[in-house]
Design a protein around this ligand. Structure first.
Ligand code: SF4
Ligand code: SF4
Length: 360
């Protein structure tokens, strides 16, 4: 059953996945196993149109993501298009492949913010996780240049079993790099991360220790850096309000132009995604079957349907519900009220010291 909610909210953010190409091979990458080909990527003019349509819908920010967005030769033109559409642009980059000259050109084109991911606090471990020798050094060098140009910098850290014990050192590194914000994101098990789940899964003791360390660091570094962190899915009592609620807050456009309510939505079989090559973004937001499939609360089953939290977490993540239970309408099994919650507890106990399957 689809649901029409009385007033369609305006989306706030657009995730523009400009390309799936990336020089790194992070085993936690949430890109799909079947990556979009370069020959299928949207061209500059189409992105420019999409940005104008997004702004008309009420979108304020565009996150230029990938893969590695700098793999696109026209990234400066894309940034300029975002500026022309009056969108605040955030470049989400691995930093590998972005020279100082390129960064200056992006800044001149109107780039507003840079987010650099780091894999760990030491080169040996960071480069091993990224599957790229010299990656951390390149990130440190680019971060210095971002700060020198006066652009705001966020450092993003994806944590898992190999680096979760180094959270304090990674926040110290973010501070040393001049970041105003550090995002500590636990691996979300989609795409390549799902393939590597047993190799990435932290222990409960690691997670509990990390949660305490984050709280202590928030106090210690108050006023110096903002620390964003959430308890990882498999160890939480309640699920996260995935993408702020399906079809409520964000829009994700894939390199080939498919428009998704969340970046993992293609794992759910039977959803009909529309493409910006054939439809305007406004039309897709309002009318595409995939966006309307889980809007509102009418699609929910028990225990979500009668739960007081249903307008807070929207029943959790539809993709995770499908991946773990086979039913995209099920309560996210991360929720301790889900009849399938024991499965999450079992999976959180499965660890294997297997070599990573690097994203290729
Ligand atoms: S997670 Fe790693 S491999 Fe995936 S797009 Fe980001 S930098 Fe590239
Ligand atoms: S039962 Fe559903 S709505 Fe209630 S807390 Fe769990 S996931 Fe959220």
């Amino acid at each position: 059953m689809t649901t029409t909610i009385p007033t369609l909210p305006a989306p706030l953010g657009l995730l523009a996945e400009l390309t799936h190409r990336c020089p790194l091979g992070c085993p936690y990458c949430s890109n799909p196993l079947e990556l979009d080909k370069r020959s299928d990527e949207l061209d500059t003019a189409t992105w420019a149109r999409v940005f104008h349509e997004a702004a008309a819908l009420g979108v304020l920010q565009v996150h230029l993501s990938g893969g590695e967005p700098a793999a696109r030769r026209d990234l400066e033109d894309i940034v300029q298009a975002a500026r022309d559409a009056s969108l605040y642009s955030n470049l989400i980059t691995s930093a590998v492949g972005v020279t100082n000259e390129r960064l200056l050109a992006l800044s001149d084109a109107g780039l507003d913010h840079v987010q650099i991911s780091i894999q760990d606090s030491t080169p040996e471990s960071a480069d091993h996780i990224a599957g790229y020798k010299g990656a951390l050094a390149r990130k440190q060098a680019l971060a210095a240049e971002v700060v020198r140009l006066g652009l705001p910098l966020t450092v993003n850290v994806v944590v898992h079993r190999a680096n979760i014990d180094h959270i304090e050192a990674m926040v110290d590194l973010a501070l040393a790099l001049g970041a105003g914000r550090v995002e500590i994101a636990h691996v979300q098990y989609y795409g390549w991360a799902l393939k590597n789940r047993a190799a990435l899964m932290p222990t409960r003791e690691q997670v509990e220790r990390a949660v305490g360390q984050v709280e202590a660091m928030r106090t210690r570094h108050h006023g110096r850096i903002v620390i964003d962190a959430v308890v990882p899915d498999y160890f939480a009592r309640f699920p996260k309000p995935c993408v702020g609620g399906w079809g409520r807050r964000s829009i994700n456009v894939t390199p080939a132009g498919k428009v998704l309510p969340c970046h993992a939505a293609e794992v759910i079989p039977g959803l009909e995604f529309w493409n910006v090559r054939a439809h305007s973004l406004g039309d897709i937001w309002r009318s595409s079957p995939a966006f309307n499939e889980f809007r509102g609360t009418g699609w929910m089953q028990e225990p979500c349907r009668s739960c007081v939290r249903k307008d807070k977490d929207f029943g959790g993540c539809r993709c995770q519900a499908f991946l773990l239970t086979g039913d995209a309408r099920a309560t996210d099994p991360v929720c301790h009220l889900s009849p399938h919650h024991a499965l999450v507890e079992q999976l959180a106990d499965v660890r294997a010291d297997a070599p990573y399957s690097y994203r290729s």
